[in-house]
Design a protein around this ligand. Structure first.
Ligand SMILES: CC/C=C\C/C=C\CCCC/C=C/C(=O)SCCNC(=O)CCNC(=O)[C@H](O)C(C)(C)COP(=O)(O)OP(=O)(O)OC[C@H]1O[C@@H](n2cnc3c(N)ncnc32)[C@H](O)[C@@H]1OP(=O)(O)O
Length: 657
């Protein structure tokens, strides 16, 4: 393999020989130039296409923006540094020889990866959307080229190659990351995800040290430095490093997972019983204030999130959130098992019988309050004087966002400011001068990551713009699903880079164009206009204006409206039947049986409705087929039963779109 992934957007597919998603309208290699645009761009219309396209960023090493072969990051050192990090998550066998990450000794167990998985971020691939299961070099060498969300709403990390070792005695299978897999008659599932099947030509031995990963199907994972990717040679990202999480104990094992327990091995204590790990029960890992090998400059890691005092602490007790109240489990269509029964899983997000729960966690620059009963978090920027987007801010932003993303109780986020009159002043200009090349690379990586994570978030995002919001601040608002601004004409918003004598990066521009349209964006960018609130509303830069004192309430109301929709933030689900290769929606709350809702391939785990709609419809030559399952919803219990799993048929007919 001669490719590597870009840094950190967890869902960006990694190494593969396949090509970019055909729906990706963004930067491909510029014709004739051989240069790659970066970061990947997914076009998004305002009709909730957000997150609907995952570009297959399958960059050959030669054109990886982080490889030394790439001119895009400038000096070799910076390219090396980022390339090394970005390749960290890759199986070594996929790393190009030129990747500096290869400098890490090969003999070392991949504890960092298992650690991440054990922290609630599994390395499972999912057979959704443009990701798919591919046979590898041998029938058991499967590449899972897809990342996204598992049905519990956890981000799924790229797992380009899974090598599976059969263990007939256990009736189970072990992959190269120590995850236990179970057969389902149609192939294997890894923690329930279909990953393929076939005989075994090249079984691999797996160090038991890595077994803790994969959703908790092994021994209880270690916390802290033992599990930090940094241990593997310094290639640790705060966003993936458990320590970077503070609340790294937020591991969540799939409830009722069919995976068998791994066998004991000499010298290795047998794993304990599978204990569902409630996020609220999981102890916080030790948090080191700094990491000597972290790629991030030393700064205080965010503290562990407070554990709600009303939840009894013993980790072995059944999680009060584990059982679904009946009213949230929609009745299945005739002859169809509820997903939770079919897969032995509890539906997601049963509300607690306890009174409305609010949780808050805070770091230096962002305050996050989560209203569990509403499933809505508010992220308040609190970095005076102007909420400038420094590296620290951006890092904390991404950490907070991902924490929420992985929190099953959270389905939407409202972004606003705790600093009077300022939403955000944009990128911190002091980060962009007088620093080292490495710092610039790190800073821009963080800027891009902030944008990518927000843009690709599976949560509904609403910007409550309660102050001025130039440049990067405007980008944050643009990246949300919906923008509400305080109607104070003294507050302005826009991409004013031209006024600073600099040029907004193309992905700022594209985000802007998506919202306001081409011509408005063109003139606004050329002039570097900062639009006062009324004007911003007029040109469509913000969706609505409200008096500042009503901003919060309005944002909450809008959020509720969005969350009531099926799909991404909604609570509906539908079940698919595969009839003659076509997909038929057999119903679900808010979705009429037989109706043509949309066509997609995210059925295993419920990515966004409508994903790949066009491509798949075209491939099927069928407008009448309808399909979808749930998003991050209360009713989203997991995967469709294999008998109804239409994804393989869909993928094959769609030509792997
Ligand atoms: C320089 C770039 C070089 C190379 C890169 C090339 C190309 C890449 C382009 C990347 C795209 C850029 C995106 C951006 O976001 S650039 C940042 C654009 N931001 C602005 O232009 C905002 C400027 N600030 C303001 O307009 C006002 O400060 C604001 C936000 C309306 C608030 O006004 P006010 O309340 O009156 O507060 P002050 O102006 O007095 O500012 C208080 C304090 O904050 C400092 N400050 C303001 N903005 C920033 C910032 N973006 N970064 C860092 N610091 C900022 C300001 O200097 C004051 O500091 P002081 O110490 O004087 O108190």
């Amino acid at each position: 393999m001669r490719c590597c992934s870009p840094p950190r957007p967890a869902w960006v597919p990694t190494c593969s020989s396949s090509t970019r998603s055909r729906r990706s309208t963004g930067p491909a290699r510029a014709a004739g130039t051989g240069a790659w645009d970066w970061p990947p761009w997914r076009s998004r219309s305002r009709s909730r296409q957000r997150g609907s396209t995952i570009p297959a960023m399958l960059l050959p090493d030669a054109v990886c923006p982080h490889s030394t072969a790439s001119p895009r990051l400038g000096p070799r050192a910076a390219g090396d540094e980022v390339h090394r990090r970005c390749c960290r998550g890759q199986p070594r066998e996929l790393l190009p020889a030129s990747c500096p990450g290869m400098a890490v000794p090969l003999g070392e167990p991949e504890r960092g990866r298992a650690g991440r998985a054990g922290q609630g971020r599994t390395e499972r691939g999912s057979a959704g959307q443009d990701g798919m299961v591919q046979g590898g070099a041998g029938p058991w060498d499967h590449r899972i080229i897809k990342v996204g969300k598992d049905p519990q709403g956890h981000r799924v990390q790229p797992a380009p190659t899974t090598t599976i070792t059969p263990n007939p005695e256990q009736g189970a299978w072990l992959n190269n990351k120590g995850a236990w897999l179970s057969g389902n008659g149609r192939g294997l599932t890894e923690g329930g995800w279909l990953i393929g099947g076939g005989p075994t030509p090249r079984p691999r031995r797996v160090p038991l040290t890595s077994r803790a990963g994969n959703g908790g199907s092994g021994p209880r994972p270690l916390h802290g430095a033992d599990r930090c990717g940094a241990q593997r040679g310094g290639a640790c990202s705060a966003l993936l490093c458990p320590r970077g999480w503070g609340g790294g104990g937020l591991a969540t094992a799939p409830r009722g997972s069919p995976s068998p327990p791994p066998p004991a091995r000499r010298g290795v204590p047998p794993p304990g019983p599978r204990v569902p790990r409630c996020p609220l029960h999981a102890p916080c890992p030790p948090v080191s204030p700094t990491s000597p090998v972290s790629p991030y400059p030393p700064y205080p890691r965010p503290p562990c999130p407070p554990i709600s005092p009303h939840i009894p602490p013993p980790p072995q007790t059944p999680c009060p959130r584990g059982a679904a109240p009946p009213h949230l489990t929609p009745p299945p269509p005739p002859g169809v098992l509820p997903l939770s029964q079919a897969w032995g899983r509890a539906p997601r997000l049963p509300p607690s019988p306890l009174p409305a729960q609010r949780r808050a966690f805070s770091n230096n620059k962002i305050l996050v309050e989560l209203d569990e009963s509403a499933g809505v978090a508010t992220m308040k920027f609190k970095s005076p004087p102007v909420n400038s987007l420094s590296l620290d801010f951006l890092t904390e932003f991404c950490i907070s966002l991902e924490k929420l993303e992985n929190d099953r109780a959270c389905r939407g986020v409202i972004l606003t400011s705790a600093v009077p009159k300022i939403f955000s002043s944009g990128l911190d200009i002091t980060e962009m001068c007088g620093k080292s090349t490495e710092h610039y690379a790190e800073f821009w990586r963080a800027v891009q990551e902030m944008w990518l994570r927000l843009y690709s978030s599976n949560m509904v995002t609403v910007a409550a713009v309660n102050g001025s919001s130039p440049a990067g601040g405007c980008l944050i608002a643009l990246t949300c699903d919906y923008r509400i601004m305080a109607e104070n004409p003294k507050f302005s918003i826009g991409l004013n880079e031209a006024q600073l004598g600099i040029v907004a990066p193309f992905w700022f521009k594209d985000t802007f164009v998506n919202v306001v349209g081409h011509r408005v964006a063109e003139s606004s960018l050329q002039l570097g206009s900062l639009h006062p609130a009324p004007e911003a509303h007029r040109i469509g830069l913000v969706d609505e204006l409200v008096p500042e004192e009503k901003l919060k309430d309005r944002a909450t109301a809008v959020m509720q409206q969005w969350l009531a929709l099926p799909g991404k933030g909604g609570t509906s689900w539908a079940v698919t039947e595969c009839r003659n290769g076509d997909l038929t929606c057999v119903g679900g709350p808010g979705i009429e049986a037989g109706s043509c809702v949309s066509v997609g391939t995210g059925g295993v785990g419920g990515w966004e409705v409508g994903k790949l709609s066009k491509a798949v419809r075209a491939a099927l030559g069928c407008e009448g087929c309808a399909w979808h399952t749930a998003g991050r919803s209360a009713g989203c219990a997991g995967r469709l039963p294999p008998a109804q799993l239409a994804v393989p048929a869909l993928l094959s007919r769609a030509g792997g779109a």
